[in-house]
Design a protein. Structure first.
Lengths: 328, 430
């Protein structure tokens, strides 16, 4: 099995499917390029011509608002033509396979697919079966990976807290079902974070999670002790019916982030959430809207980071110049 | 039919403690006439040159799905029995989970007569343990046995009602029928598709815990002890389950077990990034589990290696991992993968051949798997020194779903004889 699916023979990014296995320098290149795109969003004319004449297809087999919208904005700011397809379950119910759908879209001469699918491994499957010139960005596959979210989180951390090497990060919540958590773990460990902790009851911690290079905690106060960054995960309400959790009240009492629990982290710790938030379930409104929260900046940076990823994947080597100068 | 002399091969017949260079004589009725010297008055009509080759009993595969009846778009009885003999397999056993299910004598007879018509491998069906494999009502087991079923099984369908299972075992014990068990708890398996461990966690694929197997092995062992039924555990996958079966055997329980060839060579790590060819049920587990399965061959706790052949059309594997269909097309890699265990110095050549011949014959209670005088002349002749690489064009099976494509093997079947007839010749027209 090819493991070099993501990088070409020169080590350049071809597809972005997972953070796992990507060199540290590739992640840094993406973050540095994203810095240069931040200013584009602050200009009056928010466009650069890097992807002019290219067609980007947002192919969402699973619903999404935030991720799809920020990809769309990012592609448009790069001057690409954007097509949004929300396929949900309709095509599969018509008997069309995932690969049939992709082949049909290829026949329309598109260059870049941004794919979200409910099944782990869908993005890898597609990347293995598209022609050489087509590029794939994984916008979330099952529980497996959500690499652009992890990169925008890393970008947010770096902007607000400085170099990741010195930081302790805690990820709190439904680690078991979270593609965000898996990608964040790979991003943070690759970028050399001082420590990555995961905090959840045992029912929501995957088996052998420590093999990913993290320290698991079941007590949130112990887990938050001395951390610089707190990342809260969304809790799906259907976890209550799967005998994974007893009740929302108990979850909020034990794992919901309140100001009282946040006091255990460093006083200058930041609070993040990939959205959409369940206020009063995994996070108290006072914390979500409080001075330590960087939840809205995450969304803003999401555009710059996704622009950077698309620009690098589509082979724009002059992207930093086009964006108006290298980052400081 | 013609009288055949297989000349100058190294005959390995573990059932008769034979391992030496001898000639094998097959009479025109298709039985072994002699091993060693030609019997008086034997007139050789056809000679097979087996010098430098191994001559052994035809292989017996305890579990192969032929996809007929019901799933002929995947494969047919003709295509798969042809694949079997090209892999040296002359007898195979098919589970009852075809469509329709083998839960009536008519179905059992139909399968045997279809196989007989093609005259390739012998096919022995397992009868369903419960009607429609639904785990509720018993089948007519006596009639199924009468119709040629070599045992009864609920295949991969769970029997969750322990009272039904107890009574099914008691009823099977009445006729001395062996019950073939697949140990998998459906609730603990849930939506799982890989081993619950490091790789499943990394890939975000729902896991099947080891306990899904051990919980059921424990339950079944208690009922085997209670009912005294002869039982066989199919497809053990975990070290702990092997230890439990070993303990039961030590206490004299009438239990046997098998393992698939792929569980002896692959682990969860071979899934890499979602290789659906490694999607199997039960799942590939850890290195520790694989090593325990290998060790159990040496100690005899596991009595045979089977292919668990499940041919698929290409689309079955072209899906995201969890949505792809589990199973490997394994008939043609059963012998090469077993011979690898000899190369790995786990088994002697004679032990390896015993695991594919006399031992599965004993588990099935069929008269096959040896080259004694008077036995049906089912013979496999292979070149132990032939090095070859498995490529899709070499596969005779309609299913090209194999994680072993590209592997280099040593040992390749040259001839296969069933009932004294050459049904496969490498590069030949048979």
């Amino acid at each position: 099995m090819r493991d070099d699916l993501q990088l070409d023979s020169h080590g350049r990014l071809r597809h972005l499917l997972t953070i796992e296995g990507l060199p540290r320098q590739t992640l840094l290149d993406i973050l540095n390029t994203a810095e240069s795109f931040v200013s584009v969003g602050e200009r009056e004319i928010k466009k650069v011509p890097l992807l002019r004449g290219k067609t980007v297809v947002n192919l969402f087999f699973e619903s999404s608002t935030r991720t799809r919208t920020t990809f769309e904005i990012a592609a448009k700011r790069l001057s690409a033509d954007v097509i949004n397809l929300n396929i949900a379950a309709s095509s599969t119910s018509k008997g069309e396979t995932l690969l049939d759908t992709i082949r049909n879209l290829e026949a329309m001469h598109t260059e870049l697919f941004v794919v979200r699918h409910r099944e782990s491994g869908a993005a890898h499957l597609i990347a293995r079966h598209v022609p050489e010139h087509v590029r794939i960005i994984n916008a979330g596959d099952g529980r497996h990976a959500h690499p652009t979210q992890a990169l925008l989180d890393a970008f947010t951390i770096r902007r607000h807290k400085g170099p990741i090497e010195n930081l302790k990060v805690a990820i709190v919540g439904d680690i078991l079902h979270s593609r965000v958590a898996r990608s964040e773990i790979h991003a943070l460990t690759t970028l050399g974070a001082a420590e990555v902790r995961v905090i959840a009851p045992q029912t929501l911690l995957p088996t052998a999670v420590e093999k990913l290079g993290v320290h698991p905690y079941t007590d949130i106060r112990a887990g938050l002790d001395g951390v610089d960054v707190v990342i809260m995960l969304r809790l799906q309400r259907e976890r209550m019916t799967g005998a994974l959790l007893p009740s929302e009240q108990e979850y909020f009492n034990l794992y919901g982030l309140t100001q009282e629990k946040l006091e255990f982290a460093r006083p200058d710790a930041i609070v993040m959430h990939p959205g959409p938030m369940n206020r009063g379930l995994e996070i108290d409104s006072a914390v979500a809207d409080g001075p330590q929260s960087v939840i809205l900046p995450q969304v803003t940076y999401g555009i710059s980071v996704r622009m950077a990823i698309m620009a690098l994947i589509m082979g724009g080597t002059a992207q930093t110049d086009a964006a108006g100068g290298r980052p400081a | 039919m013609t009288a055949i002399r297989i000349q100058g091969g190294r005959v390995i017949d573990p059932a008769n403690n034979v391992d030496s260079v001898k000639d094998v004589y097959i009479d025109s009725a298709g039985f072994i006439a002699a091993v060693g010297k030609a019997p008086d008055g034997f007139r050789t009509e056809n000679t097979i040159d087996a010098r430098g080759k191994i001559v052994c009993p035809g292989l017996i595969d305890l579990r192969a799905r032929l996809r007929e009846p019901g799933l002929e778009y995947k494969a047919t009885m003709e295509s798969e029995t042809r694949a079997a003999v090209s892999g040296g397999i002359t007898t195979l056993c098919c589970p009852p989970d075809s469509y329709p299910v083998i839960d009536t004598p008519a179905m059992a007879q139909m399968i045997q007569s279809r196989a007989w018509r093609f005259g390739l491998a012998f096919v022995h069906p397992l009868g369903a343990l419960t009607q429609g494999l639904e785990g509720k009502l018993l089948t007519d087991m006596a009639a199924l046995e009468e119709a040629g079923c070599v045992g009864v099984s609920n295949a991969l369908e769970p029997i969750t009602d322990t009272l039904v299972l107890r009574r099914a075992m008691e009823y099977a014990a009445t006729f001395g029928l062996t019950v073939f068990l697949h140990a998998e708890d459906p609730w603990l398996r849930n939506t799982g598709c890989v081993h619950e461990g490091e790789v499943g966690t990394r890939l975000g694929l729902p896991g099947i815990p080891e306990a899904a197997e051990t919980v059921v092995v424990a339950r079944d062992l208690a009922l085997i002890e209670q009912t005294g039924v002869h039982a066989h555990f199919c497809n053990l996958s975990s070290a702990r389950a092997v230890a439990m079966v070993a303990e039961a055997q030590k206490h004299g329980l009438p239990v046997t077990a098998d393992v698939t060839a792929h569980h002896l060579h692959l682990t969860e790590h071979d899934i890499g990034y979602f290789d659906t060819q490694c999607h199997v049920r039960p799942p590939l587990r850890s290195l520790r589990d694989r090593d325990a399965l290998r060790a159990a061959l040496k100690t005899g706790v596991i009595g045979t290696i089977c292919s668990d052949h499940q041919p698929h059309e290409p689309d079955a594997k072209l899906a995201p991992f969890a949505e792809s269909e589990p199973g490997i097309s394994g008939l043609e890699t059963l012998l090469p993968l077993t011979l690898r265990l000899v190369d790995d110095q786990l088994l002697t050549l004679s032990e390896a051949i015993a695991l594919l011949t006399v031992k599965p014959a004993q588990i099935l209670g069929v008269e096959a798997g040896h080259l004694g005088v008077g036995a049906t002349a089912d013979v496999c002749i292979f070149d132990p020194a032939a090095h070859w690489i498995l490529t899709p064009d070499k596969l005779v099976s309609r299913g090209h779903n194999s994680p072993f494509l590209g592997w280099e093997f040593s040992g390749r079947v040259q001839y296969t004889l069933v009932g004294g007839e050459v049904v496969f010749e490498l590069g030949g027209t048979a």
